[in-house]
Design a protein around this ligand. Structure first.
Ligand code: ADP
Ligand code: G6P
Length: 482
């Protein structure tokens, strides 16, 4: 039976060694959480990195890791500590991530890291080539593996390859500053179908292909050597039912109440009209966390009547802590939260509850279902699934989503309160509007959002991608037989 091979840098499970034992946790991030449902349903294999380096594994541990990974239909790509330093913490997250998110000032261009990027993409290619059988389809994900499509196509031209980018593709003016721009684009063009979250990212990519590679682009089809490469946008959805059903279960009086929920309930019971404002992100500079905290301070100063009435619950999951910009961000966030809590707290009220950790799914549901407002304000974000998860859990159709215009998700979520995350005024007026929004208006907005997210969920997203990939394949037959 033909299979689909999903390839991404990170596998859906993350393994670490604690006291000589393997510790397995689910990976966070939109790619892993979203693709997990697609993978669970299908007949496939997921190829990627486990989170541990080759140096940490002796022969026995390696066998154990391989078995754990195989159990969940995955296959590990072994990476050395040097690969992690140069490819993952280096080129992927000190060059491509900041550049594609318009953080030019954070972007480093290092030849040695570029060499490591090529080397590691080749390592992934070897593992994938080793597992491909006739008739298989390969679906490659994200910015860590932009060279992989062509590396596979070179060896197996008959294999169908899809590629999906989970982050923005920047405008030509940004992309042209990248020293290895031709290699990166031709690497991607090894795929038969290239997908983006939004039409804007698609348009930026096509513009770079036209202007840098000078290739023929006909609407959204690129003629590359003797092939057609199709480019399209597929806004990623979530596993809507999983979140909605978990929220229903959470509300079931027979369900055991978590410690976190008890703490939240105590806070809410102290004073009936207290409101919770929630933000959840990986601790990443693209998520606009310091700005959000400062904007919250601005709001409390502008509307002092809300002191002791609102609380910002800020959940930040540790991410890429080996990259200096992330360490600086952690320090800045800690200091800001400390300063504002120090300035505003009273005996019975702390304005910001800050959690710096990954939480189990059940606790995420506690937070989503208990919050009156979700404040999701990245300065730049490919999609942002958290915004969609919040909406899916609002089983009574109440609650307000405040969402940055700079998130890909904003394109499909017009009924949210959309704000420019660089404007404190926008923040303050959206918060005020959300806090005073009549229930009927909340319901009307939520209903429309939920209907859309339910219809276009992650399964539908993957289906559409595969259908388009199949159709692109048929196009190749026409080109070849011409
Ligand atoms: P990104 O992919 O940039 O991290 P997304 O919002 O698209 O941003 O996806 C984040 C995913 O990670 C969501 O599915 C969310 O539920 C999950 N997540 C975020 N923070 C946490 C946390 N503290 N604990 C567990 N999961 C989290
Ligand atoms: C984003 C990226 C993913 C990445 C995830 C977590 O969602 O698009 O490719 O896996 O962040 O980041 P990490 O560096 O921990 O894999």
């Amino acid at each position: 039976m033909n299979k689909t091979i999903i390839v991404s840098n990170r596998l859906p499970l993350q393994i670490s060694i604690e006291q000589d034992q393997l510790n397995v946790t689910p990976s966070v991030g939109g790619l892993a959480t979203g693709m997990k449902s697609v993978h669970a349903d299908g007949n496939g294999l997921w190829v990627g990195w486990t989170g541990i380096t080759d140096e940490e594994l002796d022969a026995d541990l390696k066998k154990e890791v391989d078995a754990k990974v195989k159990d969940v239909k995955c296959k590990a790509v072994g990476l050395t500590q040097d690969d992690i330093d140069q490819f993952y913490l280096g080129f992927s997250n000190r060059t491509l991530w900041p550049l594609f998110h318009y953080f030019l000032e954070y972007t480093e261009f290092e030849d040695s890291q570029w060499e490591a990027y090529k080397r590691v993409n080749q390592k992934f290619a070897e593992v994938v080539l080793d597992t491909i059988e006739d008739g298989d389809t390969v679906w490659i994900h994200d910015y860590q593996l932009l060279l992989l499509p062509q590396l596979i196509k070179d060896v197996k031209p008959e294999v169908t390859i899809g590629f999906f980018l989970h982050i923005p593709f920047p405008s030509y003016e940004i992309f042209r500053t990248f020293p290895w721009r031709e290699e990166l684009l031709t690497g991607m063009l090894g795929a038969d179908l290239i997908g983006f979250h939004t039409y804007d990212y698609e348009r930026h990519f096509l513009s770079s292909v036209k202007r840098i590679l000078r290739l023929d682009v006909n609407f959204n089809e690129i003629t590359y050597h003797d092939r057609i490469v199709k480019v399209d946008s597929f806004p990623m959805g979530i596993d809507y039912n999983k979140f909605h059903d978990a929220a229903l279960e959470h509300d079931n009086p027979n369900t055991e109440i978590s410690e976190l929920q008890k703490r939240i309930d105590t806070h809410l019971n102290e004073d009936g009209d207290k409101k919770l404002i929630l933000s959840i992100d990986r601790l990443d500079y693209t998520k606009g966390i310091p700005n959000r905290i400062r904007a919250f301070e601005y709001f409390l100063n502008k509307h002092p009547e809300y002191k002791e009435k609102v609380r910002l619950v800020m959940l930040a999951v540790p991410s890429r802590s080996g990259v200096p910009q992330y360490q600086l961000l952690k320090k800045e966030t800690d200091e800001l939260v400390g300063r504002i809590n120090g300035e505003f707290s009273t005996v019975s009220w702390t304005p910001i509850w800050y959690f710096y950790r990954s939480l189990p799914f059940e606790n995420l549901i506690d937070l989503y279902t208990s919050s009156d407002i979700a404040l999701i304000t990245p300065v730049r974000d490919g999609m942002n699934l958290v915004a969609k998860e919040y909406v899916a859990t609002r089983t009574k159709q109440d609650g307000v989503l405040i969402l940055s215009e700079m998130a890909g998700a904003a394109k499909e979520m017009n009924e949210a309160l959309l704000i420019n995350p660089n404007s404190f005024e926008d923040f303050a007026s959206a918060l005020k509007k959300a806090l005073t929004m009549p229930l009927e208006e909340q319901n009307n907005r939520m209903k429309i959002l939920q209907k859309r997210l339910k219809r276009y969920d992650v399964e539908k997203w993957a289906d559409e991608f595969f259908k388009t990939l199949e159709a692109t394949n048929k196009l190749q037959d026409v080109v070849v037989s011409k």
